[in-house]
Design a binder for this molecule. Structure first.
Ligand SMILES: Cc1cc2nc3c(=O)[nH]c(=O)nc-3n(C[C@H](O)[C@H](O)[C@H](O)COP(=O)(O)OP(=O)(O)OC[C@H]3O[C@@H](n4cnc5c(N)ncnc54)[C@H](O)[C@@H]3O)c2cc1C
Length: 276
């Protein structure tokens, strides 16, 4: 995608966190990165929409749209999140498929603990992916890459990841050993990376550490989902999981196509646009 964008004349600045979307006279006039202003005819924000309103738009704080969103923010419902294990193993996993789903025998309790009690499940369901089963470039010869996704609540007062995270990880190692049939798993781990909802917040600015952005309850889908263009800042556009149509790579990609078309129509004759 980077190469394709480059061929189309798009400039990509890596490791350049946007600090502010600058709004002058009710219109977005660009972004500020490392204290430096970059002017633009329009801004398309791909960072998580609630975070954009809360953190990147201070100069729009006086506008009706911003106050509205800030007030409503307390009421927004977020998706669940995930605890992730990215493992490199020094053995092969011939008995596993590319996709493997392990459902808790206490299925309803598992959902209740995540969505109602908002705490870590006692007997989690989980998903594992072994990309090296179908793509031998995903691990060295004789080894395997193993990705483990465990649905958990998003950040909240009922889970202290600093305290509970290490024990939850050990629980998962035991469960994977048992359910995925990998005896003595820990001794085969050549590489380990763990991500918790705290990392989704700190690394990607996902509000509440919700891995999939805003939830899809009836009052947060379709017309009710935050729109792709700001009501108060008419040349500020949004794309991504927390705007329309919703979360997941296919929907986000459809959203990108829709917003690109809209910007093309509305900005006809403009010379530049900045993507966040
Ligand atoms: C563990 C996990 C597994 C998933 N599995 C699937 C799956 O199997 N299928 C599926 O369809 N979807 C899956 N999803 C969901 C899917 O990945 C997301 O819905 C989708 O990537 C969201 O796209 P986005 O463009 O909104 O956000 P992102 O892809 O997160 O892009 C937003 C970008 O904005 C950047 N950013 C944030 N703040 C700033 C700032 N201030 N300045 C500059 N840049 C900033 C972030 O670093 C990030 O790169 C999964 C998500 C997770 C977390």
């Amino acid at each position: 995608m980077g190469r394709l964008a480059g061929d189309l004349g798009v400039g990509i600045h890596l490791n350049s966190a946007v600090e502010e979307i600058v709004v002058d006279g009710g219109r977005a006039s660009g972004v500020r990165v490392n204290g430096e202003a970059h002017s633009a005819d329009a801004v398309l924000a791909n960072a998580d929409l609630p975070y954009v309103y809360r953190k990147l738009l201070p100069s729009a704080a006086g506008t009706r749209d911003f106050r509205f969103k800030l007030r409503k923010r307390e009421k927004l419902l977020y998706t669940a999140s995930s605890f992730m294990m990215y493992l490199g193993l020094d053995r092969e996993l011939d008995h596993l498929s590319h996709h493997n789903v392990y459902l808790s025998s206490r299925y309803e309790e598992n959902f209740r603990q995540i969505f109602d009690e908002r705490r870590l499940p006692d007997d989690p369901s989980f998903y594992t992916n072994v990309p090296s089963r179908t793509d031998r470039n995903a691990a060295p010869e004789g080894m395997e890459s193993l990705y483990v996704l465990v649905p958990t609540p998003h950040l909240g007062e009922n889970v202290d990841w600093e305290k509970e995270g290490p024990a939850f990880k050990e629980k998962m190692y035991d469960l994977i050993e048992e359910k995925a049939g990998i005896p003595d798993l820990r001794s085969h781990v050549a590489y380990e990376k763990i991500k918790t909802p705290q990392d989704w917040l700190s690394d990607y600015n996902l509000e509440e550490g919700a891995a999939f952005g805003l939830g899809h309850g009836i009052f947060q889908v379709g017309y009710f989902r935050p729109p792709m263009v700001s009501k108060a800042v008419p040349n500020l556009y949004f794309v991504g999981a927390s705007t329309r149509p919703g979360t997941g790579v296919p929907l986000v990609t459809i959203g990108a196509k829709l917003v690109a078309g809209r910007m093309g129509r509305e900005l006809l004759g403009s010379t530049s646009a900045v993507g966040v």
